[in-house]
Design a protein around this ligand. Structure first.
Ligand code: ADP
Ligand code: F6P
Length: 327
C-alpha cells in the first residue's frame, strides 16, 4: 500500500513552485500519506537528499518565491545507469511515487522514471509558458506582473525625459512573456520570435513615432532574438532622435512572491496530482485548460505543438500601422 510520496523541483525555478509543494504536502497529509521533499531536483534523488516534512512546512512556504527545496539541472540523468541509482534510493526509502515540477526537460526525466517503476506526475513549472499541455504554467503570471511593473517604471522616466526604452524579457524561445506583458504594459512595439522585427525595422518605426511628437516609446523584445539590445538601443538612438536605453530584466523575472492567481493554480494542480498518484496513475502531465484541471500522458503532452501567437501579435501591431504607413 502506498504510504510515502516524494516531491522535487527541476530545471529553472519559478514563482508558485512552493505553492505547488504546499498543495502536495497538504493533500497527501489529508489522505494519510507522508511527503518527502527531494532537494535540488534529480541531483537529490541520486545523492539521497530526501527528508520528510509536515503541514507546518507547507504553511511557511505558500507565499515564497523560488523553490525552497532547490532545483538543479543534471544532464547525466539521461543516462539509465544514473537513473537506476535514483530508483534504488527511492525504493530503499519506500517512496513509490513522485510529483515532479519543472519544464519539458524535467517531464522527460519523469517519464523515464515512470518506465522504471516510480509513478511520476508532472506539473508545469516555468515562467516561459511554453508547456503546451497547459494554458498557463506555474510562474508565468508572476513573471508577467513583474515585467508590467518594470514597464510602468520605465514609462515614467522615459516620459519625463522624452526617451525610448528597449526592454528585453525572458521566455527562452517562447514569446508569451513579451507579448502578454507588452500588451498589458502598454508597449508601443513588441518583437517576439515568431513575429520578429529586424533591428532596422524597429529603428525605423521608433523614428516614425518620434516624428509624431510621441513623448516616450517602449519597445518590448524577447530574449535570444537580438545579439545585444544595448547595441540595438544605439542604432535606434542614431536613427530616431530619441535618447534610447536598453534594460535587460533577466532573472528579476524569476524572483519574488507569487501572485494570488499563481498560488491558486499551482495549489489546485498539486491537489489533482496527488489524487492521480492515489489512484495508481503514473506518467501523467497535469495542466489547466480554462477552469479545468486536466491530465494527459506525458509523451502526448510533450508532442502538442505550441499554439501560434501571430494573430494576437498582428492585432496589437495593427495599432500603429496607420502612423507607419503615413511616413
Ligand atoms: P526544464 O525542465 O526547465 O525544461 P531542462 O531542460 O534543463 O529544464 O531539464 C531539467 C532536467 O531534466 C535536466 O537537467 C535533466 O536532469 C532532466 N532531463 C532532461 N531531459 C531528459 C531526458 N531526455 N531523460 C531524462 N532526464 C532528462
Ligand atoms: O526557462 C526559464 C528561463 O528563465 C528562460 O526564460 C531563460 O532563457 C533561462 O531559464 C535562463 O536560464 P538560467 O537561469 O540557467 O540562466
Amino acid at each position: 500500500m502506498l504510504k510515502k510520496i516524494g516531491i522535487l523541483t527541476s530545471g529553472g525555478d519559478s514563482q508558485g513552485m512552493n505553492a505547488a509543494i504546499a498543495g502536495v504536502i497538504k493533500t497527501a497529509h489529508a489522505k494519510g500519506l507522508e511527503t518527502y521533499i527531494i532537494r535540488d531536483g534529480y541531483l537529490g534523488l541520486i545523492n539521497n537528499w530526501m527528508e520528510v516534512v509536515d503541514n507546518n512546512f507547507a504553511d511557511s512556504i505558500m507565499r515564497l518565491g523560488g523553490t525552497v527545496i532547490g532545483s538543479a539541472r543534471l544532464p547525466e540523468f539521461k543516462d539509465p545507469k544514473v537513473r537506476e541509482k535514483a530508483v534504488a534510493n527511492l525504493k530503499k526509502q519506500g517512496i513509490a511515487a513522485l510529483v515532479v515540477i519543472g519544464g519539458d526537460g524535467s517531464y522527460q526525466g519523469a517519464q523515464r522514471l515512470t518506465e522504471m517503476g516510480i509513478n511520476c506526475i508532472a506539473l508545469p513549472g516555468t515562467i516561459d509558458n511554453d508547456i503546451t499541455s497547459s494554458d498557463y504554467t506555474i510562474g508565468f503570471d508572476t513573471a508577467i506582473n513583474i515585467v508590467v511593473e518594470a514597464i510602468d517604471r520605465l514609462r515614467d522616466t522615459m516620459q519625463s525625459h522624452n526617451r525610448c526604452s528597449i526592454v528585453e524579457v525572458m521566455g527562452h524561445a517562447c514569446g508569451d512573456i513579451a507579448l502578454y506583458a507588452g500588451i498589458a504594459g502598454g508597449a508601443d512595439i513588441i518583437s517576439i520570435n515568431e513575429a520578429a522585427l529586424s533591428e532596422t525595422k524597429i529603428a525605423e518605426r521608433v523614428a516614425t513615432l518620434h516624428q509624431t511628437q510621441k513623448r516616450s516609446v517602449i519597445v518590448v523584445v524577447s530574449e535570444m532574438i537580438y545579439p545585444d539590445v544595448h547595441k540595438l538601443a544605439k542604432l535606434v538612438e542614431s536613427k530616431s532622435g530619441y535618447i534610447t536605453r536598453a534594460t535587460v530584466l533577466g532573472h528579476t523575472q524569476r524572483g519574488g512572491n507569487p501572485t494570488a492567481m499563481e498560488r491558486y493554480r499551482a495549489f489546485q494542480m498539486a491537489q489533482f496530482a496527488v489524487e492521480q498518484i492515489i489512484v495508481g496513475a503514473g506518467g501523467l502531465a497535469i495542466g489547466n485548460h480554462g477552469d479545468q484541471i486536466i491530465a494527459r500522458p506525458i509523451m502526448e503532452a510533450l508532442s502538442i505543438p505550441r499554439p501560434s501567437r501571430k494573430e494576437i501579435w498582428a492585432k496589437f501591431d495593427e495599432l500603429n500601422q496607420n502612423i507607419y504607413q503615413k511616413s
